[in-house]
Design a protein around this ligand. Structure first.
Ligand SMILES: NC(=O)c1ccc[n+]([C@@H]2O[C@H](COP(=O)([O-])OP(=O)(O)OC[C@H]3O[C@@H](n4cnc5c(N)ncnc54)[C@H](OP(=O)(O)O)[C@@H]3O)[C@@H](O)[C@H]2O)c1
Length: 344
């Protein structure tokens, strides 16, 4: 075990403060960790209709008008506890070499209202997002009638904090892909993007390589032919038009970045799956495309909650799965971490 969790003394009493490095003792970057995280996520998302959660976002102007800071707070309950996670994110951080967003979780006992812990939430956000993406992919490919080893996936933005965890989360699925194509943008200190990705892949938990084949790609286009595309790209604006035209006729596009997908393409999907229909009001290419198609009274498309897909609802040939991020997953995950650290 690592260093003891520190406590701060507030007027209400002593409150544990859990750092990312302490969270990392429980959330190690392994396939084994994702087996239990995925199973927790599956349980939460399949019961999403019974749960309570919400989100609020504001965009705060900064000294650079091109880069407002997004401040979001989300609350979700699971079992006895409620987690409120807040973050501030600015795309300018990338150029400055800083982490894109800064997350903090407050966990309350819903019965007594006691503050149970304050937790740094960066890893929690990366793990829960990756797991929601992977569990959604599994439900959609299963609805297609595919099973483990029966499909190819790609991870766009696979060098990112979320992208790397998506590779682990996919490897931990029961119905996992046969191959995962890896894509990123820059080559860093390497001669090619492929070399950089191969290096990154070699640093992953060796169980990934035992579970599936990893294929580094030089360009984004090379990764777009997969049956399943998980988009973890982070961009200040939208993706250049035309970049996504290489997508197959039958595709599950899991949109994690939410603003990176070409809007014209978004309107061509025949099935829109959301992790939560209640959160569908959050901005995303899918909500935009839905609005347009609804205005055009073209109703030959389906809108589903992931829980419906898990229960066996059919999906079409071109599925857009939008990861809005159900806050009840944060509550379940923070609770599991606090239990494993012996704090609840
Ligand atoms: N839906 C949710 O609930 C949720 C939760 C958390 C995060 N997110 C979103 O997920 C996205 C990823 O977050 P992160 O923390 O992983 O970001 P990150 O660490 O900055 O990673 C971004 C990734 O995108 C790649 N990329 C950037 N521009 C690209 C381009 N033009 N072409 C190809 N690849 C490009 C980067 O490649 P290089 O390494 O080559 O630059 C990197 O792999 C963000 O948009 C974030 O807002 C969503």
């Amino acid at each position: 075990m690592g260093p003891e969790v520190r406590k701060v003394r507030l007027s209400m009493g002593e409150v544990p403060v859990v750092s990312d490095s302490q969270v990392a003792e429980v959330l190690s970057s392994t396939v084994e960790t994702f087996r239990w995280v995925n199973s927790l996520t599956r349980e939460v998302l399949s019961r999403v209709g019974e749960l309570v959660f919400d989100k609020l976002s504001i965009y705060v102007p900064t000294s650079d008008p091109d880069y407002p800071t997004k401040v979001r707070t989300m609350a979700g309950a699971w079992g006895r506890y409620t987690c409120v996670r807040s973050f501030a994110a600015n795309e300018r951080n990338r150029a400055k070499g800083r982490r894109l967003s800064t997350n903090l979780c407050a966990v309350f006992d819903s019965e007594t209202t006691e503050l149970v812990a304050v937790m740094e939430g960066n890893l929690i956000s990366d793990f829960r997002t990756a797991s929601i993406a992977a569990v959604g992919v599994e439900a959609c490919v299963t609805a297609w009638g595919r099973s483990g080893g029966d499909y190819e996936a790609s991870v766009l933005g696979s060098t990112g904090a979320v992208g790397r965890r998506v590779i682990l989360a996919l490897s931990a699925l029961r119905a996992r892909p046969r191959r995962v194509l890896l894509a990123a943008k820059s080559r860093g200190r390497f001669n090619t993007v492929r070399e950089r990705l191969a290096q990154m892949a070699s640093e992953l938990d060796p169980e990934v390589g035992e579970a599936l084949e990893l294929v580094p790609c030089e360009t984004l286009d090379e990764a777009l032919s997969a049956d399943v595309v998980v988009d973890c790209i982070s961009l200040p604006g939208k993706m250049p038009a035309g970049l996504v035209r290489e997508l197959g006729e039958e595709v599950i596009y899991a949109d994690v970045g939410k603003h990176s997908l070409d809007l014209n393409l978004a309107s061509k999907f025949d099935t829109y799956v959301f992790d939560s229909l209640d959160l569908r009001k959050m901005p995303s290419p899918a909500t935009f495309a839905l609005k347009i198609r609804t205005m055009l009274t073209d109703r030959r498309f389906r809108v589903l909650e992931l829980a419906d897909v898990v229960r066996g609802e059919r999906v079409g040939r071109r599925v857009l799965y939008t990861v809005l991020g159900v806050p009840a997953v944060d509550a379940a995950l923070t609770q599991a971490i606090l239990e494993r650290l012996g704090l609840i």
